[in-house]
Design a protein around this ligand. Structure first.
Ligand SMILES: CC(C)(COP(=O)(O)OP(=O)(O)OC[C@H]1O[C@@H](n2cnc3c(N)ncnc32)[C@H](O)[C@@H]1OP(=O)(O)O)[C@@H](O)C(=O)NCCC(=O)NCCS
Length: 334
């Protein structure tokens, strides 16, 4: 069996910075409330008139990752795209990457696992490489949240948290079994599907039905039971990190860098405290980008790598929790 390792990383965020102060002009909120509850200072939102979408941002991040891997688009065998904010209801964004990058007609799939999307996507790509089916898989996480948020006081509990952006990596075959993705651990608990969701449009409730009550129907905006999500997140994050480390006979002392999904700085800090990790063992950037869902881990991983925080042979752990509920971890020897 082969192993897989990350050979190229890239990310792209729109230039348009939206500060907490900017949000106070749209809704009844404050910089103090947002920073105290979430740690977020600013996020990027695609500005009006921009051509950026989840697929377009994903393609921009992917070009950087492919180049850094020392490859060309023609070397990529398969595309895995994670998003909850696809350009179309269908088809998914993966096929759009094939077109935007003018790639040969390689296969492409979309992963619909929200905040855990990148962890699921990376794990999926890893399986294709481990079985020997593919050599180089392009893995993308990208989100265009800002066009779908309720940016009024009614939606403030959700809309202040989310940002737009994309990250990508190339996962490549290696014959060194001590390097690369050591294991991944994935979970779901669908009974909590409606605790963090966008209910419609869906096949159960299509557009004309929303229009019947357009003034009062908020089912097409994200809904989140924030306190409930928070309580589950801190438990599942901790569990799935321990599960991953234990599967590899490792402990938190072995961990060089933990990159949590950037859900909320308070969640990351709680998990850091619970695992007794030093500030050098964790990387957070939610302060600058907000929660970019499927893009958050890969943006943070890329940024940490660009800052020289990841060295050869480091043990890097990625973990996520989110809508579904879904959660998971990926254990990497860099
Ligand atoms: C969303 C979250 C920050 C809200 O914090 P909270 O302490 O639970 O706040 P609540 O929702 O209980 O609201 C407390 C008060 O603040 C108000 N409030 C909500 N959003 C606000 C905002 N943006 N600005 C100002 N006030 C706000 C509420 O209306 C409420 O007011 P009330 O007490 O008068 O009714 C928090 O629950 C959380 O982080 N949950 C985790 C969710 C998460 O990270 N999800 C990401 C996907 S994994």
């Amino acid at each position: 069996m082969y192993n897989s390792k990350i050979t190229g990383l890239g990310f792209y965020v729109p230039d348009n910075i939206v500060t907490n102060e900017d949000l106070t002009k749209m809704m009844d909120t404050s910089d103090e409330w947002i920073q105290e509850r979430t740690g977020i200072k600013e996020r990027r939102w695609i500005p009006e008139g921009s051509e950026d979408t989840s697929a377009v941002m994903g393609a921009k991040a992917a070009r950087i990752a492919i180049e850094r891997a020392g490859l060309t688009k023609d070397d990529i065998d398969f595309i895995v795209f994670a998003t909850l904010s696809p350009d179309y209801y269908f088809p998914g964004c993966g096929v759009m990457i094939q077109d935007l990058l003018e790639m040969p007609t390689v296969g492409a799939i979309d992963i619909r696992n929200q905040c855990s999307g990148f962890v699921y996507a990376l794990s999926t790509a890893d399986q294709f490489i481990k079985t020997g089916m593919y050599k180089n898989v392009l893995v993308i996480g990208s989100e265009y949240h800002s066009n779908g948020l309720d940016k009024t006081t009614r939606g403030r509990g959700v809309s202040v948290i989310f940002g737009d952006g994309a990250g990508a990596c190339v996962l490549s075959r290696t014959e060194d079994n001590n390097k690369g993705i050591l294991s991944s651990h994935l979970h779901s608990e669908g009974k909590y599907a409606e605790k963090l969701t966008v209910l419609s449009p869906s096949i159960k409730k299509w557009v004309p039905e929303i229009f019947k009550n357009i003034d009062t129907d908020v089912s097409y905006f994200p809904y989140m039971d924030g306190t409930f999500v928070f309580k589950h997140a801190i438990v599942r994050f901790t569990e799935v990190i321990h599960e991953g480390l234990k599967a590899n006979n490792l402990t938190t002392d072995d961990l060089d860098l933990f990159i949590p999904h950037q859900a909320n700085l308070r969640i990351s800090q709680f998990v850091q405290h619970k695992l007794k990790l030093s500030d050098d063992q964790i990387y957070n950037n939610i302060m600058s980008y907000g929660n970019t869902t499927a893009a958050s881990i890969i943006i943070a991983l890329t940024e940490a790598w660009e800052k020289g925080k990841i060295k050869d042979d480091d043990l890097v752990v990625l973990a996520a929790f989110g809508s579904g509920f879904t959660w998971g971890s990926v254990i990497i020897r860099w």
